[in-house]
Structure formats: structure tokens, C-alpha cells
Design a protein around this ligand. Structure first.
Ligand code: KIV
Length: 360
């Protein structure tokens, strides 16, 4: 059994005693384990896990050493590339596999169980190539985000993205055969019509390859999420900044800096936990509040622009790789400059072709 947590709501910790302010406390909620998650008892003991991991890492180190030696020997022999290609390719493939030094399981139960063990890492993908790349990099889950709208499709917000778009991109991600969990976003409006419409849209995402769906919103969508979970559709929550509401909130900003907003985010998180979400994304939530929520809730809180003390982090891969032409959110620290590198490479190619003599 998971123990009940009795700490005060985060805003009380952050901003002093509630009673003094006259604000009412957030709705008291009875905590219980999300219905999609069975028991912690069956997880392997920590010691066994450590031994497994160390042995795996030793094996991988050996394999990598062997690949390096083989490649060096291959260079010495000076054989033509065509002769050595298949064998070398197979070894390179083996080597790439060993980049994932942590075993990742494509289940929501696995993600849920990572809380408190190690940080969770999620990245977005919208097509088969990126799905392969981020999966090989070792992420715990791929999010087929509706950020596909702003990242790939040229929209200014995520609002124009449709369920057909999401089905198209989710199926492409699945064709990339990722070895991790694939979570697909319910786009704008899908959770607002009726439960039947929501169920049908979630069904479409699951049937084209999603392992779970993500829904923006907290308290207001919690009842529908509970019903979805009861039908066997795992749900990831999303609180704080909800990009689908950008027109209503008037822009992207940090959430939870004042007491009222902090309480409301806290209530959202608890309601989503109660509804059975296996994980919750916290976008642009004030850092101290996110840290406190991380301690308070049972499912992992995966942050984006919400400080470093969440159970894990998620980013838009195109932002991280420097592929996004528009200004990046302040919390993104790109680890590559693929956009610029690609542009240089393409300009070089165009120049080369243009400067060649015409053969007539
Ligand atoms: O759509 C998306 O990519 C997202 C992430 C930013 C969390 O919702």
C-alpha cells in the first residue's frame, strides 16, 4: 500500500498560513492509488535492480570496446568500404543499441514506478525518423504532442491541430518502432464536447499506435479522465500552462506564482491523481510549487519549464536540437544546432551544383 501523505498544500508552505488570508483551503480529497496502477509489491528489490544494471553496463562497455577495436582493425586493413559495410553496419547498430544504458519498458506502470528511483525523461516526436532517434537515445517516453502544429505544421498555436493530424503523426511515430511508451495528445476541443466524443478520439489514438493519451486540464476534466481510465485508456495529465487555452489566457506565462493560482494547480494535480493519471506534466509551473507538488502527489510530475526538482523533464525535441527557427522558450538550452548546420550543408550543396560546368 502507498502511504497517505499529510503535508499541507504547497501554497501554505510557500506563502504562510492560509487562515490568516481568509482563503478557503483546496477541496479535501481522499487519496487513493490510481486505478490503472496495480501494486508496488511486485517491483524487483532495489538491490537486485542495481546488480542487474551494473552487469548490463559492464556488458555494454565490453561491447563498445570491441566495436572500437574492430573499427580500428578495419581501418588498418584498408579494405574498400563496400567489402566491410555489412559487418560494420551490424556492429554500429549494436553499438548504438548500447547507448541506452538503462532498460526502458513501454508501459505506464513502469513510468509510474520510476518515481523516486531516477529522473524520467520524455521527448516529443512526430514522425518515424525522430521516433527512432529519441528512442535510441534512451528516453522513457515519446510524446506525440500537439506541438506538431507549431513545430512542423507552421501554425502559430496548437489550436488548429485536429484529431486527424494527431492520428497521422502518432501512426508515423509508431512505424519508427520506438522501444518506449508512446503518449499521444488529445488536441484542442476534443475533451470539451462530450464524453463519447472524447472516448472516440482517444480510441482512434490508441488504435493507431498510442500506448496512452495526454489531456490538458485538471479538476474540470478529471471526471472524464477517470471514465477513460476505467475503459482501459491510460491517461497522462497536463497542468500549469495549457497551450490549448492560449487565446483565453492571452499568452504564454509562468503559473502558480500567487496563492490562488498555486492552490488551483494543487487541486488540479490531486484531482488528476484521483482520476488515475499515471503521470502528470507540469508546464511553466513556478519552481518551488512544482517541487512541492512533486513531493505531494503519487504519480510522477514531469516538468517543462517548471524547475529541476520534478520527477523528470520533457522538452520539444526540435527545440532541443536547434531545429526550431522561431525564438525558443527561455527554459530551453539547445544541445545542438541542427537547423544552422543543415542550412550550411544545403547552401554548400546548392553552391556546388551551381558552380559545376554544364555538360551538354
Ligand atoms: O504538445 C507538446 O509538445 C506538449 C509538451 C510541450 C509538454 O504538450
Amino acid at each position: 500500500m502507498v502511504e497517505e501523505k499529510k503535508s499541507a498544500p504547497p501554497s501554505e508552505k510557500l506563502q504562510g498560513d492560509k487562515k490568516e488570508s481568509g482563503n478557503s483551503a483546496p477541496k479535501k480529497v481522499v487519496r487513493r492509488k490510481p486505478s490503472s496502477i496495480k501494486s508496488k509489491a511486485k517491483r524487483p528489490a532495489a538491490k537486485e535492480k542495481v546488480v542487474e544494471t551494473v552487469t548490463e553496463e559492464k556488458k555494454e562497455l565490453k561491447a563498445e570496446k570491441k566495436v572500437v577495436t574492430d573499427v580500428l582493425q578495419t581501418k588498418k586493413t584498408d579494405r574498400p568500404l563496400t567489402e566491410i559495410q555489412p559487418k560494420q553496419l551490424a556492429r554500429q547498430h549494436e553499438r548504438k543499441k548500447s547507448f541506452t544504458s538503462v532498460e526502458v519498458k513501454a508501459t505506464t506502470k513502469y513510468i509510474y514506478g520510476l518515481k523516486g528511483k531516477r529522473p524520467i525523461v520524455g521527448l516529443t516526436a512526430y514522425d518515424a525518423i525522430m521516433s527512432k532517434l529519441v528512442s535510441k537515445a534512451g528516453v522513457d517516453f515519446i510524446l506525440v504532442g500537439d506541438s506538431v502544429g507549431t513545430t512542423l505544421l507552421g501554425y502559430e498555436t496548437t489550436i488548429p491541430v485536429t484529431i486527424d493530424d494527431m492520428v497521422h503523426h502518432t501512426a508515423a511515430v509508431k512505424r519508427g518502432l520506438p522501444g518506449c511508451l508512446v503518449v499521444s495528445d488529445l488536441p484542442f476541443g476534443e475533451a470539451s464536447f462530450s464524453f463519447d466524443r472524447l472516448l472516440d478520439s482517444a480510441r482512434r489514438l490508441m488504435q493507431c499506435g498510442a500506448d496512452a493519451v495526454k489531456i490538458e486540464g485538471g479538476k474540470d476534466v478529471a471526471d472524464d479522465i477517470e471514465k477513460l481510465v476505467a475503459t482501459g485508456i491510460p491517461v497522462m495529465g497536463h497542468i500549469g500552462l495549457l497551450p490549448q487555452t492560449v487565446k483565453a489566457i492571452g499568452g504564454y506565462r509562468k503559473f502558480g506564482s500567487d496563492r490562488v493560482e498555486a492552490d488551483s494547480i494543487y487541486t488540479d494535480a490531486i484531482c488528476l491523481e484521483e482520476a488515475g493519471c499515471f503521470a502528470i506534466i507540469a508546464e511553466m509551473v513556478e519552481g518551488e510549487l512544482a517541487a512541492e507538488l512533486t513531493k505531494q502527489i503519487l504519480p510522477p510530475l514531469v516538468g517543462i519549464g517548471s524547475g529541476e526538482q520534478c520527477d523528470g523533464q520533457i522538452l520539444v525535441t526540435h527545440d532541443l536540437l536547434g531545429l526550431t527557427p522561431s525564438p525558443l522558450p527561455s527554459f530551453v538550452n539547445p544541445c545542438a544546432t541542427l537547423g544552422l548546420d543543415g542550412l550550411n550543408a544545403l547552401q554548400g550543396y546548392v553552391k556546388k551544383i551551381r558552380s559545376a560546368k554544364l555538360k551538354r
